[in-house]
Write a protein that binds this ligand. Structure first.
Ligand code: SF4
Length: 416
């Protein structure tokens, strides 16, 4: 009988965005499915705190984002008897923290846990003992079946920057978009062109480019004319339903490699919204642009594109926070990544190599985390990390079966 622990941090070191760093902020749909599938006649499972790690034979650790890696490094001892099995959406490049795990399980893990305990190693499992330098080739495993209330996985659109779209294939082949688990906004995110009103007054959708040219460049073509028409239809529909206002959260990406922080950066969008305002005779539309800097995601066509660690972007968007205000339309910016240092952190755990493990360890120290954003960035610059991250190639040992992001990259001129 194997003793399994599910690691729960008493307090995570850091959480993405502004969420408080508690373990139960997230639904852990995949982890819960894995726990449910453990053969309980032969194995015992329990939730454990970090000091109980070595009371177990195996410890399951869920990495939902790059921030969870900091907690892993901080709480898991390098010397241990328990085998750490790490998996989750945040695990796409284990190289800078290999000493804190024993098995890296890439992609979906349903139906796999008992085989792992018994010593089986699928094509999506990196066994650190056998491949300590991560030199092998691994698959990012796809959904075997739907879990809980999942209607589908993946997204048919495959926008060129999207890690989710390029790592999850559709299981039902109907699929567009995953549930967002956002209590205030509609329970499912959609591509804006396909958004239809239901009973909610709040909706979220992806737009992901401030200009028509940027949207086209990332495989998400949506002209300003189509944008105005779509927003007009939605606002009029909401007004016809008697709603005081329609609230839209639109995800936006800035700092694509071809973009510059300009005084008129949001001007094209402001002009489109002014055009919309002039066409509306009733209704009210409130837009929150959730602005995120471009981060090159592994396994996407843009994996090798350059990130920009310049806080000029933040200053510029702060100056332009009120994008437009008119009779029927109001649009503001809310920044999701508070500093270039945070972006550097995100890029680091997607791109850094094994030789950067001492930097990963530094980044997980509470003292480092308490530094101001400027000092964090300076600390990374002093160690030469920013330059190396800008130049670094993503890890080539991980692939999604059947997808070929390199072909799109080559068509777009993002060749390596
Ligand atoms: S950005 Fe949205 S629409 Fe595009 S591939 Fe990703 S999930 Fe799909």
């Amino acid at each position: 009988m194997a003793k399994l622990g599910v690691l729960v941090y008493p307090r995570k070191l850091k959480e993405r965005a502004t969420a408080a760093p508690y373990f139960d902020n997230f639904a852990y749909r995949g982890l819960r499915a894995v726990i449910g599938e453990v053969d309980k006649r032969n194995h015992a499972v329990r939730y454990i705190a970090p000091h109980q790690i070595d009371e177990c034979d195996f410890v399951l650790v869920s990495l939902t984002s790059a921030w969870d890696i900091l907690s892993l490094i901080h709480y898991v001892p390098i010397r241990r008897r328990a085998k750490i099995i790490a998996g989750g959406q945040g695990l796409v490049n284990p190289r800078p923290f290999m000493q804190y795990l024993d098995l890296a399980v890439f992609g979906r893990a349903e139906g796999q846990i008992n085989e792992l305990i018994d010593g089986g190693r699928g094509a999506n499992v990196l066994d650190v003992e056998k491949d300590p330098a991560a030199e092998g080739n691994y698959e990012y495993r796809q959904a075997q079946y739907l879990l809980g209330d999942e209607a589908d996985t993946g997204c048919i659109r495959k926008c060129f920057f999207c890690g989710y779209g390029w790592t999850h294939r559709s299981l039902n082949r109907g699929g567009n978009y995953q549930a967002s688990d956002d209590a205030l906004y509609s329970s499912s995110e959609q591509f804006l062109s396909e958004l239809r009103l239901t009973e909610n007054v709040h909706y979220s959708a992806g737009l992901d480019g401030w200009s028509e040219a940027s949207r086209r460049s990332v495989g998400k073509p949506f002209s300003n004319t189509s944008l105005v028409e779509k927003l007009k239809t939605l606002t009029e529909d909401a007004a016809a339903r008697g709603w005081a206002r329609l609230s839209l959260k639109l995800y936006m990406i800035h700092a694509y490699p071809w973009e510059k922080p300009l005084a008129d950066y949001t001007g094209e969008m402001a002009r489109a919204l002014a055009d919309l305002d002039g066409k509306l005779s009733s209704g009210r539309l409130v837009i929150f642009f959730k602005a995120t800097p471009f981060c090159p995601e592994p396994m996407t066509p843009m994996a090798r594109c350059l990130p920009c660690f310049d806080d000029a972007w933040r200053t510029m968007l702060k100056n332009q926070w009120l994008v437009y205000q008119g009779s029927h339309v109001e649009a503001r910016i809310h920044m999701t990544v508070p500093s270039a240092a945070e972006l550097a952190h995100m890029v680091f755990f997607r791109r850094a190599g094994r030789e950067e493990s001492s930097v990963a360890e530094m980044m997980s120290r509470p003292k480092y985390l308490s530094l101001t954003a400027g000092l964090k960035l300076a600390a990374l610059s002093v160690r030469g990390v920013l330059g190396r991250l800008t130049d670094a190639a993503p890890w080539s040992g991980l692939r999604v079966p059947g997808l070929n992001p390199e072909r799109v990259a080559s068509q777009m001129g993002w060749t390596y």
